[in-house]
Design a protein around this ligand. Sequence first.
Ligand code: RIB
Length: 311
Amino acid sequence: MAKRPGIAVVGSANIDLTTFTEKFPKAGETIFGQKFDLGFGGKGANQAVASRLCGADVFMVARVGNDLFGPATIQNFKKLGIDATHVKQIEGVSSGVAPIFVEPNGQNRIWVVKGANDLLKPADVDAAADLLKTVDCMVLQFEIPLETVYYGVSFARKNGIRCIVNPAPAQPVDLNALAGLDYFVPNESEAETITGMPVRNVDDAKKCAEKLLSSGIKRVIITLGANGSLLASREGMEHVAAFSVKSIDSTGAGDAFIGSFAVFLGEGLPEREAVRRANLYAGLSTTGVGTQKSFYDRARYDADWAARAKS
Ligand code: RIB
């Protein structure tokens, strides 16, 4: 039986307010949307939930606001069996929220209001140090202050913990602060924003990954949506194809990829195989609406994986 990995997510928790729409209003115009969905989200929380549903022991370091959403978010972690000891409610700020708009082809646009996520500080990493030192892998994203991300990366490096950074949403980043990082996992548009290089196809992604690797990051995985992922290190680059799925909402697919990838790696799968399996986990998440609620649990995922292996 595979080893049960321990994963810590130092990151964001949001409430997702998702509107399904056929078009976007012009300035000053009011139009009808087709459907609305309210759910738990935030890149950090989504990644934690994906890891948990894939079977890992997960704990979360996060901040939520002094509003209706804060206690509900903590409750959601607990219900899923995620250790929320280091998820604290902050007085006088809102929880993170994300108005999301999804078009009929499943493509999404997301606004994030960081709220309490912006108050997750390096000292909060130190406060969770005892627990963090017990995990196989730490996962961070960019919906918390970058100083906390840099601090988390250096904490992981000092303590020999595998570390994954998802630079989402993309913003100018000091790549030198990430030197020695195990995995940097942007999608195409994040890779473009960070490097200033276009990523329209696999060849572009390879050039972009080369630039990222030159800053001292050990491995780069550029997720390419329906085109799979590019796995790159100084030893070489490989395009890992996606699986065919009926996609209706791609929101949270990148988070599904990262949360499941951390688990597959932690179970001891070779890197390329972990990417392949995470490609399927991410793909399957796009067949349902919403973020966390579209993620498969392990039994359902394994059944799909096995059925594809037979066909
Ligand atoms: O990656 C999807 C997530 O981005 C949503 O859950 C939203 O909260 C934003 O953080």
